[in-house]
Each structure stands twice: as C-alpha cells, then as structure tokens.
Ligand binder design. Structure first.
Ligand SMILES: [Mn+2]
Length: 424
C-alpha cells in the first residue's frame, strides 16, 4: 500500500490551526526552537526487520493479520512508517530471517522508500534448518572449536550481506552462557568468546563498526557470557577502535541506572548504539516510553550532554534502533508510538538548561538541579515533534492518519489474514 502525499497534506490542513496554536504557545518560551526542530528533523530511528509481525511469548503467539510475508513487504511497511513520521528512515536487518536474495534490487526498493540499511544482526541463538552443529550449549563460547568456527563464519556471512546493502555495522548479541552452576568455566567461556569475536572483527571492512550487545539473563539463567556493560566493554576494549558497546534498555537487572552506564560509556568513547524498548520486569520488549518515560528522558539527557561534550553529531554518530516485540498491538501502530516516544525524550533533553544545571551542580544545589531537569521533562513537547514532522513532509498525527486511512485493513486485503512474518 502506498500513502499518497496529498492524503498527508489533507490530514495536516485539517489539523493545522490547532497545531499552530499549540506550537506557538510552547515555542514562545524556547529561545533556540529553530535549532531544536532542525535536530529533530535529522534524527532517524532504525526499525528492525523482525518487529513488523506480531511477537510471541513463551506461552503463545496470537497472529495479527496482513503481516509482511517477505523482506520486500517488510521494507514496504517501514516505508509506510517513514512516510507518516519521516523519522524512521532506516532498517536493521536480521540474518537469516531476512536474507536478501537479490541485494541490488532490495537496496533499490529501500531507496525508493527513502530507507538506508542500519546495523546488521547475526543470529547464533537458535538452530536453523539444515544447520550442521547445534548452538544448544552456546556459539562463540562453545567448548567445541568446530561450533565456534560455524558461528564465526555465520557472522562473516552477515557482514558480506551488509556490505552488499550499504550497511556499515554489525550487532552481535549472544545467548551464550550457562543455566546451572558448574556448567561452564567462566574464564574459558570468556576467552573463547573473545577469540571468536577477534576473528569476526578481523573480517570487518575498514569503515565498519561492531556492536557488542550485553544482556543480564535469558535465555540462560545462571550466567551470560556478555552479561553486562562491563563485560561488553572488556570485549570492545580488547577488540579495538571499531568495537563498541550496544545498550539495549531491557537488558539490565531491575533498577539499574542505565543513564549512568550511558554517560560512562560515552565518556570512554565506547558507546556504539541503542536498542530502544521499555520494560516493567525484565526484557519485556514493550513500546518505548510506555512504562518509564522519565528514565528515557534521563538517558537522552546524558546522551545529549555527553555527545555535545565530545562534539558528536546526535543524528549520525551513534546507532539508534528499536528492538521491541509487539504481542497484542498492531506492530505498525506500536512502532509509530515508539518512534514518537523517542523523539519526545530527545526533544525534552534538548530543552535542558545546561548552564543552569552546571551551576546547580557546582553549588551543590540539589533542589535547583532537580528543577532544571523537571522543567524540561514536564514540558509538553509534542507540538515541537509534530512541527518537525510537518516541516519534513510527514503527518502531524501519524497514528491518527494510519487509522483514518485504514492502512491495516488495506494490508489485510493485499496480503490476507493468515500471514506470519519471520521474527520474534
Ligand atoms: Mn536488543
């Protein structure tokens, strides 16, 4: 399904007056409003190819309808999102769930939709059909060198696909670890993993980055071989300049201070990218900003402060990706909400009065410091985010337009009711 530009214009015209009133009100109090809108326009979030279908849990999966049945349809779905919000101009591919059969035509299709290829994701956390050796007891950490070799070769294969598509980064997330005490020698598992990562790192093109993603628990429940940011940073430091830590918001133990982790990784020049989602208990993979929007704001506050301190470009110097699973919502509606939540947190962080905050910190004025942060967080920045979309040719209210155009109904007509997308 294609959304014609005139439909977006009609939608925007009908909401223009009300939008202008709200935007003028909030903009009147912000001196650098123009530069904030420009930064929001430049900020793009990559959509993962595995999140366009309905996700499942350990207990069941309740399929939606009109899900994309192949990579072409997934690109079409992300193109739809990008058309509506002008903020999701990238796709993060998962191999082998989404192997491009013809790279140049896939690349051309993505370009038609204004999309580029963000980080490539390898998969050694499950066995594929016809796979020679099993990853049941790990992949890059495995006690058997032949299993490690198979997993290394898979990652190198993923890099090759990425090169063909114009991607420039590889995300390695490992399910490796152990579920019972005594199962694993921690040192050997660490050293095997390091050695394997070194071989993959050696196959990276010169301008590529490698993201080492960590996770505290699950699927292994006693130890994870890349279990936290410290372990990931150890690997990244040992690997070299092209290796970075990737922070997935759902991959921490409860109540971890993620914003502090982000700040220190940035300080070390080792923060590579983000997987956005939200959670209440564990790796819940819920809609970004749905449970803890204040934490998301605090994270963006550290990102903006830390990136500015290093003269980094907010839009391009880190990898911004969503990693979520949509069990009960329409995946496209859920993704529109997630991108919006990210833009809101980013806009709020851009509002923080840095000078006032630094002065409060210097004077140990704790109350004033809190006031500065809350002043930004409690500002309703939604009209600013909408203005950025409007100026980029997107819709003032993407979700509302998605519904009024009956996008899902059209997709069901095109694709049928019983379609199942590959993914989580
Ligand atoms: Mn992730």
């Amino acid at each position: 399904m294609q959304v014609e530009q005139y439909k977006i214009q009609e939608h925007n015209s009908s909401l223009q007056k009300e939008h202008q009133r709200k935007f003028d009100y909030v903009a009147s109090g912000i001196a650098n409003i123009k530069s904030i809108v420009e930064k929001l326009k430049a900020f793009q979030v990559a959509i993962p190819s595995w999140a366009l279908g309905t996700g499942g849990t350990r207990f069941g999966r309740f399929s939606g309808a009109g899900e994309p049945g192949n990579l072409e349809e997934k690109i079409e779905d992300i193109g739809l999102l990008h058309k509506l919000n002008q903020s999701s101009g990238a796709i993060s591919l998962h191999i082998p769930w989404d192997i491009p059969e013809n790279a140049s035509s896939i690349k051309a299709l993505a370009a038609q939709h204004g999309l580029r290829f963000d980080a490539m994701n390898s998969n050694t956390f499950q066995d594929q059909k016809d796979q020679k050796l099993s990853y049941k007891f790990g992949s890059l950490q495995h006690v058997d060198k032949a299993v490690r070799k198979q997993a290394i070769e898979h990652n190198i294969e993923v890099i090759k696909h990425g090169v063909e598509l114009g991607s420039d980064s590889l995300t390695v997330w490992l399910a490796d670890g152990s579920s019972f005490p005594g199962q694993l020698n921690f040192r050997k598992a660490f050293n095997n993993t390091l050695e394997s990562l070194q071989e993959i790192y050696a196959a990276l093109p010169g301008d590529w980055k490698m993201f080492v993603e960590y996770k505290a628990f699950e699927p292994n429940f006693y130890s994870m071989t890349v279990g936290d940011w410290g372990q990931s940073l150890l690997y990244a430091n040992k690997l070299g300049d092209k290796a970075y830590t990737l922070v997935d918001l759902g991959h921490h133990l409860p109540n971890a201070n993620i914003e502090q982790i982000v700040s220190l990784l940035l300080n070390e020049g080792k923060l590579g990218g983000f997987h956005f989602n939200d959670s209440k208990y564990g790796d819940d993979d819920l809609t970004v900003g749905s449970i803890n929007p204040y934490q998301l704001f605090l994270i963006f506050n550290e990102l903006v402060e830390g990136m500015d301190a290093k003269g980094m470009n907010h839009a391009t110097d880190l990898g911004w990706m969503i990693d979520a699973s949509h069990n009960i919502k329409d995946p496209l509606e859920d993704l529109l909400q997630s991108v919006e939540a990210i833009q809101i947190a980013y806009a709020q962080a851009l509002l923080v009065d840095t000078k006032a905050l630094q002065a409060a910190q210097q004077n140990n004025d704790v109350a004033a410091a809190q006031e500065v942060l809350q002043q930004a967080y409690r500002t309703d920045v939604r009209p600013i985010v909408a203005e950025a979309r409007l100026q980029s040719g997107g819709a003032l209210q993407p979700l509302q337009l998605f519904r009024s155009l009956k996008v899902r109904e059209h997709l069901i007509k095109e694709r049928g009711v019983k379609t199942v997308a590959t993914g989580l």
